[in-house]
Design a protein around this ligand. Structure first.
Ligand code: ARG
Length: 256
């Protein structure tokens, strides 16, 4: 009799323990809903690492953190080459890429984009003392530095006779110009503007106007329309509640 009773108690205790463990497990899962974000941080003010720090900062970083929070995800940002972002998405190694990435027809074939969040466009940067280059036409046969896999590289390669060097990072392309290894850089206008403003104007300047408009989008794996829709919903919410404008103002100092 006593034995049976003891066994019953034991069974009940085991059941309780299992239940508790089960609950704990669920909780853990909820807390670990992670959004794996890939970026290429040589693109201030959109994504960069403050000097001497490994931490990511910039407009895109603030935006994706706010979007992730809105969606109930913990955001984890990792650094990779710009040309590695789309393969990483499609291999399932990251969930989203935010990297000042222009929405192009070519990319739309291989990834899904969120709604556009920023309108950009390419511009030419040359050294301050260069007075020969005033437009795209003047770049024919010249040495151009750009970043691998970018729309700037594509534009550079479309110029007849140009000698194009594509670097892993945008910073290296700008340095190449400064060091006299290139005659021009083709890069996104807001990034060039920031670079000049942060001291680059001592040696460089822009020429000509911003080229055709390019819209930035957040990329997710092809056919993951569900995640893109969730991102759009969160972004719309941030636009409505003023958070998007606040982030915009932080980085561009003006109202959207
Ligand atoms: N907007 C250009 C493109 O999509 C350049 C983006 C470069 N981004 C970066 N994080 N380095 O090709």
């Amino acid at each position: 009799m006593m034995k049976k009773f003891l066994m019953l108690v034991m069974m009940m205790l085991t059941a309780c323990a299992m239940l508790l463990a089960g609950c704990g497990g669920d909780k853990k899962e909820a807390a670990e809903k992670v959004l794996r974000v890939g970026t290429e941080p040589s693109f201030a003010p959109f994504e960069f690492q403050k000097e001497g720090s490994k931490e990511f900062t910039g407009f895109d970083i603030d935006l994706i953190r706010a979007i992730g929070k809105q969606m109930g995800y913990k955001v984890e940002v990792q650094n990779m080459g710009f040309d590695a972002l789309i393969p990483a998405l499609n291999a399932g190694n990251i969930d989203v890429a935010i990297a000042g990435m222009s929405i192009t027809d070519e990319r739309k074939k291989v990834v899904e984009f969120s709604d556009p969040y920023y309108t950009s466009g390419l511009i030419i940067m040359v050294n301050k003392d260069n007075n020969d280059i005033k437009s795209l036409k003047d770049l024919e046969g010249k040495r151009i530095a750009c970043q691998i896999g970018t729309t700037g590289e594509k534009k550079s390669r479309s110029i007849p006779g140009a000698q194009v060097t594509a670097f892993n990072t945008q910073s290296e392309a700008s340095l190449e110009l400064k060091n006299g290894g290139a005659d021009a850089v083709i890069n996104d206008a807001p990034v060039v503007a920031y670079y000049l403003q942060q001291g680059g104007s001592e040696s460089a300047k822009t020429v000509g106007e911003k080229m055709e408009a390019e819209d930035y989008g957040i990329a997710v794996k092809k056919d993951n329309a569900k995640l893109a829709a969730e991102i759009n919903k969160a972004m719309a919410e941030l636009k409505k509640n003023g958070e998007f404008d606040k982030i915009y103002k932080t980085w561009f100092g003006e109202d959207k």
